[in-house]
Ligand binder design. Structure first.
Ligand code: HEC
Ligand code: HEC
Length: 202
């Protein structure tokens, strides 16, 4: 009888919060199947999402819901890797507004961990000069300051950055107008140098 009482009591007091927690945990487990444990990516073509500012994360997921940015098919890399490959647009399509808010809040509270990756020191130095001149105003501290609300660049996966510059370049991903002026003025070598600079931030 006593046991039953405790069971009922725990369902009454813990039932609802426990359900909500399980929900966000299950969602994040799915995300982390590609984005890595705690949202820290182990794959060059997948961005780290831990520590991305909440506003930027919400915005990114809405843009994917609108299919207004490229979303290539991707395999699961962690956990149950037999889950069928999917795209960010399909993942975002399954999320409610509340899910999006909760996910963005949860990931923004996790520590951003810079990737350990190989880079070319000479290119990184050239990239630093370009960054300081053209990008630092909006992406301060080598693009690692979450308060800029402009995503995270320093220490982000280089393959993902490369794909992102390509998407900006061919217009398949929209960019802030003032940033477009800056990026359009850069050569392919300049962009390559910037990728090495951001990769050198470890
Ligand atoms: C099947 C693999 C996969 C799953 C599952 C997945 N993602 Fe992604 N995600 C990617 C890849 C690959 C990219 C980058 C390329 C692209 O946009 O397609 C990306 C990009 C993103 C970006 C853009 C980051 C930026 O800086 O603009 C966000 C935000 C994101 N994912 C959040 C999530 C969340 C939240 C979930 C879970 C609800 C999730 N992803 C599930 C593979 C995945
Ligand atoms: C006027 C402000 C501004 C300037 C200048 C600017 N950016 Fe941005 N940048 C932003 C904002 C805001 C975002 C996030 C918006 C978005 O995701 O569309 C962003 C996003 C990015 C992203 C995508 C990050 C991600 O993971 O989604 C990259 C890469 C980037 N900027 C590179 C650069 C580089 C390189 C320069 C300099 C050549 C530059 N930016 C100059 C404001 C700026």
């Amino acid at each position: 009888m006593k046991r039953l009482f405790f069971f009922v009591l725990s369902v009454l007091t813990l039932g609802i919060p426990a359900l909500a927690a399980a929900d966000i945990d299950a969602l994040m487990e799915n995300c982390n199947g590609c984005h890595g444990d705690n949202g820290v990516s182990q794959s060059s073509d997948v961005p780290t999402i831990a520590g991305i500012p909440e506003f930027v994360h919400v915005d990114a997921l809405f843009v994917y819901q609108d299919e207004a940015r490229p979303c290539a098919e991707s395999e699961y890399r962690h956990g149950d890797t037999s889950r069928p490959a999917t795209t960010m647009c399909a993942v975002a399509a399954d999320l409610s507004e509340d899910d999006i808010d909760e996910l963005a809040a949860a990931y923004s509270a996790l520590p951003y961990v810079k990737a350990t990756q190989e880079f070319d020191a000479a290119k990184a130095a050239a990239g630093k000069a370009l960054h300081d001149e053209h990008c630092d105003r909006c992406h301060s501290e080598a693009g690692t300051n979450p308060e800029d609300e402009a995503s995270m660049l320093g220490g982000q996966q280089m393959g993902y950055l490369r794909d992102t510059f390509a998407a900006y370049g061919d217009g398949s991903r929209e960019q802030p107008g003032k940033m477009k002026e800056k990026l359009d003025a850069l050569s392919a070598d300049d962009v390559d140098a910037l990728v090495h600079f951001y990769g050198s931030i470890q």
